[in-house]
Design a protein. Sequence first.
Length: 313
Amino acid sequence: MITVIGESLVDIIRDPRRPGEVQAHPGGSPLNVAVGVARLGLATNLVTHYAGDPHGDMIEGHLKANGVSVIRGGSSPTSTATATLGPDGAAIYAFNISWDINGASLPALAAVQGSTHVHTGSIAAVLAPGDQATLGLLEAARDRATTSFDPNCRPAICPDVAAARTQAERFVAVSDIVKASDEDLAWLYPHRTPEESLAAWLELGPALVALTRGASGPVILARQGRAEMAAEPVSVADTVGAGDSFMAALISGLDQLAALGARARDGLQSLSRDELHALAAYANRAAAITCSRPGANPPHSAELGLLSVPLPS
């Protein structure tokens, strides 16, 4: 069982290349990761919030259609994010969002303590009052599960970079696996390169840290090695959800390597360079598939296939 903790919202997408056309899709980084993991064949819970309004009904239908079980708290209206696409398909967001899972603390705790792996990140890690509950759940999971974190920074939500940096480092320190984009790390640590920041995060405790760099492709760094590759060539519809698909495939790939769960923590620490390269290629391919079609639409297992690690020569 995989449990994801974090926001659900509706992405309202405006594309200047198609004036007058507005699209609405269920979104939110944690929701996208949960759907991505479920589509890759893993039983998945999502601890989240949405209301019983039209946007919430859209989210609920999407999660049910993808086989994601929901633990829902909070009482605010369903959150929205309006994404305006640039000429290259990259999105700039404006948010109307709240994050609170009050009323769901006991079932959420039971879910993380019954899981093999727990993931969180994005707005859920920085927006009060739910941010502290999210950190507490991640800490409570570690005796039985591996944990992962993706800051997916949103300066419009948390413009105080010092506070965002401090909060990110708290989550990194209790995570086994961390993924960030070059934009995340350039904003959090403008005085150093993203790869320098990646290496610094590795020293805080994770076994594995991954960096996505858009068209330049991913880097995965661990104490026993490093993997780097170019992005797969693809005709980009937009980049919405690409990083979340990368994260979901990273979780799925580690599951295929039997590297998830507290009992597998030693194995996660000792993945070979070939295994790191295979993970990077697998997650890279998932992100490319998502970029090739509109919205956050991660691949199914039949599209992505299985992780492939070359046999030792």
